[in-house]
Design a binder for this molecule. Structure first.
Ligand SMILES: Nc1ncnc2c1ncn2[C@@H]1O[C@H](COP(=O)(O)OP(=O)(O)OP(=O)(O)O)[C@@H](O)[C@H]1O
Ligand SMILES: [Mg+2]
Length: 418
């Protein structure tokens, strides 16, 4: 059996904290069994590596490994994504489709953000866990699958159960073994080590000398709360690596990058206040731009598809429903981003990324708007970053502030790799 150190190296896990080692060791021990595992811990602690270790060290390692972000899939399509659907099960279901549980037969499914699953999906999941049975959406035929489930959450599941957002029976099924990853603030000895590694990676990436922390900055790093954990530490290492001319960073400099620190100084509060009044206005403006950009993208997609696929009836149907979403129909349903399916979103993103694949007529319009879209994207990114910073990386209040749903924010975080 490989040693813990070897496994950590193989999966890019840094640090020697005992609790971290215990988590990795637990993953190694449980891997050869088929036991369901629930990985818990705050956002950004490194939960995503655990299911990979479990799969790679299991007898299923040659089978499929499918990671599903339960929080990122719109509620209306999640059952069909996970369990598949029959032809005609709902409008747009033009063919029978296999879900992840069918595709991953003999392999492992990682259900990330499992706490976000709708209650109806939780019922279906419980059934798979209990006897390997599932039913496609719109079907009555019971199918069998043999899938190992590893789930992860950064929610307090006991709270979620109390609030009846998560089924207690499912929780116990999922968490036969729980692997807890401690927050970074409880792994003080690892913090500087992680910073040095990230700083050296970014120095290489941006072809600049590596930033170094003075002793007082190291002390500050270890005292800080790190609500966003390793993800936040990595972001800060990147910001400093890119923005600072002086490559020796002292505590004063570091404070500028740590949310919550600068405002401890009374003299700065006055300044900050004025500044934030201004930035509030600016942020409202960004939000308007952000909304406009979404509408623009919808329209662009629509125009492009109309031009390209004149003869494809089902695309036209899709377009019609998009038009209805954009301009409203008699039911006056509000346009909310979740209603655009992931597939549509993917199409949109692919089209934006590969302009040369497409016909000139579409990209004529795209080119004119490209610059505008780019700067809008910067603004959107900045707006999201600021909001997340303000709420210490907590998505719910950040999404509320931005006026978008948590799901949409989640997608944006993935999209911009925040
Ligand atoms: N011990 C570690 N060593 C190196 N990198 C790490 C470590 N822990 C986390 N990271 C990095 O930090 C980032 C966040 O980790 P990850 O995506 O696993 O977080 P998470 O626990 O799944 O958070 P969330 O609940 O928000 O999804 C990733 O880029 C990951 O590679
Ligand atoms: Mg994660």
């Amino acid at each position: 059996m490989e040693s813990i150190q070897a496994i950590k190296q193989r999966f890019g896990i840094l640090g020697n904290d005992q609790k971290l080692n215990r988590a990795v060791e637990k993953a190694m021990q449980v891997a050869p069994t088929d036991i369901s595992v629930l990985v818990t811990g705050e956002s950004g602690v490194g939960k995503e590596s655990i299911p990979k270790i479990i799969h790679a060290l299991s007898h299923r390692k040659h089978g499929k490994y499918i990671a599903v972000n339960c929080g990122a899939i719109p509620e209306g399509t999640i059952d069909s994504e996970l369990f598949g659907h029959e032809k005609g099960a709902f409008t747009g279901a033009t063919q029978t489709r296999s879900g992840y549980f069918e595709v991953a037969d003999g392999g492992t499914i990682f259900l990330d953000e499992v706490g976000e699953l709708p209650l109806t999906t939780q019922v279906r999941l419980l059934r798979v866990l209990e006897n390997g049975e599932f039913i496609k959406v719109g079907s009555s035929k019971v199918q069998k699958t043999n899938v190992r489930i590893v789930a992860a959450t950064n929610l307090n599941m006991v709270e979620a159960i109390k609030k009846e957002k998560f089924r207690e029976d499912l929780y116990y099924r999922l968490s036969t073994v729980e692997i807890y990853l401690p927050p970074l603030r409880d792994r003080k000895d690892d913090i500087h080590l992680l910073f040095r590694k990230f700083a050296s990676d970014f120095a290489m990436k941006y072809k600049m000398p590596t930033v170094r922390l003075e002793d007082d900055a190291v002390a500050l790093l270890q005292k800080y709360r790190w609500n966003g954990n390793v993800r936040q530490l990595r972001n800060i290492a990147e910001q400093i690596s890119v923005l600072e001319q002086e490559r020796n960073i002292d505590a004063e400099k570091l404070k500028e990058y740590l949310p919550g620190y600068a405002s401890n100084l009374p003299a700065v509060i006055e300044e900050k206040k004025k500044d934030s009044d201004f930035s509030n206005e600016r942020e409202i403006l960004y939000k308007v731009l952000f909304d406009m950009k979404n509408d623009l993208n919808d329209l662009k997609k629509l125009t492009m598809e109309l031009m390209e696929n004149d003869s494809h009836k089902n695309v036209r149907e899709e377009n019609e429903s998009l038009i209805q979403k954009i301009y409203g129909n008699n039911d006056e349903e509000e346009v909310i981003p979740e209603e655009i399916t992931d597939e549509q979103l993917e199409v949109l993103q692919i089209q934006q990324q590969n302009p040369t694949d497409k016909q000139d007529k579409y990209y004529f319009a795209e080119e004119i708007e490209e610059e505008e879209t780019l700067s809008l994207q910067d603004k959107e990114l900045e707006l999201i970053k600021k909001s997340l910073e303000r709420h210490n990386g907590k998505r719910k209040p950040a999404a509320d502030e931005l006026g978008i749903s948590e799901r949409t924010l989640y997608r944006k975080i993935k999209q911009y790799d925040l």
